[in-house]
Ligand binder design. Structure first.
Ligand code: HEC
Length: 482
């Protein structure tokens, strides 16, 4: 089947539709085509809410016939004759069966979530977790959605606000907005995005900003500049990354973008801009991790520099491709490897280890489905495409990520902290010496959408927590407590 022609227009219209819905509806469970399939084919036996009836509950995490996605799909496809479970291979195709499996995983999480919420509630102000207990302290508050953060040498927090404002927070005081910052295109998921200090900031005072900008009505793209702050003003700005107008699109979503300095290079991400197939197109900057020098020049030894793609020149700054919307990026403190979180479709957020020239598969392979419950593909793997190190079904709406390098939470050192938006979760991922994720613990839940995470110079963990209506973000820090 030509999935492109069948699903792309539908997907695009749904994308623009969901951008206008509240978060709960965007990632909320049970809507769309998969739910309809379930109600028509399965509810009579397994119950309207999957709670069980003539057939067993599908949300209690008890699987008599195997718990893996493959085994559950096989039960639906081939049936379980002796037990009275009919085979659906005549009526449902592989993609529909896959979307039903994802739907079951979502419903299960919903059922478990009430209990989870209770467990994660601060008890007398103290949050408990496997290794460390902590309190959550407010450092400061913005006036809109806070997006990215970094730390100034004096320990203050520099943070972007999506509508274009750059703030400084210190000792409970807020200063700013810094005047003269670039005009951003605050549109859909775009706006002022990440902020990062140059690793040699002490000497050169450069601060980098990523943001979306518009070139003609309704069209725009992610760009990067650097500048300096003097007397509360943004000055001496230089362009670091900007694409030709031909690459400016009308998509409201998936601008990326995170900035990471490593080994003298600047790595950054751009999402697929809602045009999923562009992630596989090496002539397009969309759906990629890029590598450039700190002054914007493009390294000659980039994997696709000087090559062609479909008769066009490949986009020379591409480092990896097939990345849907990378919203978290950091380098491992010990190994120096780049780790990325990727905001997936419905069911299929990923954590990837980013390596030169690799294809991470979007949208050819994915563990998720479209938000409206229609399948994207039934393929979760293919030769030549990387598997994620971890994926979440259902999605946590993965966003900012950072390795903890401080000393105040000794057992969390070198763990990767990942924020979730719709789920309002902060995840702690433990990575083994051979690069596998061996633990995934939710250490914060229900405190706000976790847009970015930072490992503070004071040894505390900083998070940007955003609440809805009124849209107002705060800078908070996790501080150890016995
Ligand atoms: C005619 C009733 C009936 C219908 C319709 C039906 N099932 Fe079942 N299903 C069963 C029974 C009975 C079992 C056996 C397990 C049990 O309940 O003891 C079962 C088992 C399963 C299992 C395996 C559970 C396990 O513990 O491993 C899955 C998964 C499943 N069904 C999914 C579905 C889905 C999805 C649909 C719709 C496409 C569906 N079923 C439609 C009756 C039904």
């Amino acid at each position: 089947m030509n999935t492109r022609s069948v699903f792309l227009p539908l997907w695009l219209s749904i994308t623009s539709l969901i951008a206008s819905l509240p978060a709960a509806a965007q990632f909320g469970v049970g809507g769309g085509a998969a739910q309809e399939l379930y109600q028509n084919n399965c509810a009579s036996c397994h119950g309207k809410e999957m709670q069980g009836g003539q057939g067993s509950s599908l949300i209690d995490d008890q699987w008599q016939f195997g718990a893996s996605n493959q085994q559950i799909a096989a039960a639906i496809r081939d049936g379980i004759e002796d037990a009275g479970m009919p085979a659906f291979k005549q009526t449902l195709d592989e993609q529909q069966i896959r979307s039903l499996v994802i739907l079951m995983r979502e419903q299960k999480q919903m059922a478990a979530s009430a209990a989870m919420q209770k467990k994660q509630r601060a008890d007398g102000g103290v949050f408990t977790s496997t290794h460390h207990n902590f309190t959550l302290q407010r450092v400061g508050e913005g006036t809109g959605i806070l997006w990215g953060l970094d730390f100034m040498p004096d320990g203050s927090v520099i943070a972007t606000q999506q509508d274009g404002v750059l703030w400084l927070f210190k000792d409970g005081e807020r200063s700013g907005p810094i005047s003269g910052t670039p005009k951003v295109w605050h549109y859909g998921q775009g706006g002022l995005l990440d902020v990062k200090l140059h690793p040699d900031y002490d000497k050169n005072r450069w601060i980098y900003l990523s943001f979306s900008e518009t070139s003609s009505p309704g069209r725009g793209m992610t760009a990067i500049v650097r500048g300096r702050i003097k007397d509360g003003r943004w000055v001496e700005q230089e362009d670091i990354f900007r694409t030709a107008k031909a690459f400016h699109g009308s998509g409201r979503v998936h601008f990326g973008s995170r900035l990471v300095f490593k080994d003298g290079y600047l790595f950054f991400s751009i999402g697929d801009r809602g045009d999923m197939h562009s992630a596989q197109d090496l002539a397009s900057p969309n759906g990629k991790i890029h590598r450039i020098y700190d002054d914007g020049r493009i390294p000659k030894d980039n994997p696709f520099a000087g090559k062609t793609a479909g008769g066009k020149p490949a986009f020379a700054s591409i480092w990896t491709y097939g990345n849907r919307n990378p919203q978290g990026l950091d380098s491992h403190p010990l190994t120096g490897e780049l780790w990325e979180t990727e905001h997936g479709p419905r069911g299929g957020d990923e954590v990837n280890r980013i390596e030169k020239g690799n294809n991470y598969g979007w949208p050819v392979i994915t563990h998720g489905m479209n938000y409206n419950g229609t399948p994207i593909t039934d393929k979760t793997e293919q030769a030549g495409m990387q598997q994620p190190k971890l994926y979440w079904v259902p999605s946590i709406a993965a966003c900012g990520a950072e390795f903890y390098e401080g000393g105040r939470f000794p057992k969390w050192r070198n763990n990767l902290f990942v924020g979730g938006l719709s789920t309002q979760q902060l995840h702690r991922l433990q990575i083994s010496a051979d690069g596998e994720i061996v633990a995934d613990e939710i250490i914060l839940k229900g405190q706000g959408r976790v847009r970015d995470v930072g490992s503070g110079p004071d040894g505390n963990i900083y998070v940007l927590l955003n609440r809805r209506s009124p849209d107002r973000g705060g800078v908070y820090r996790l501080v150890p407590r016995q």
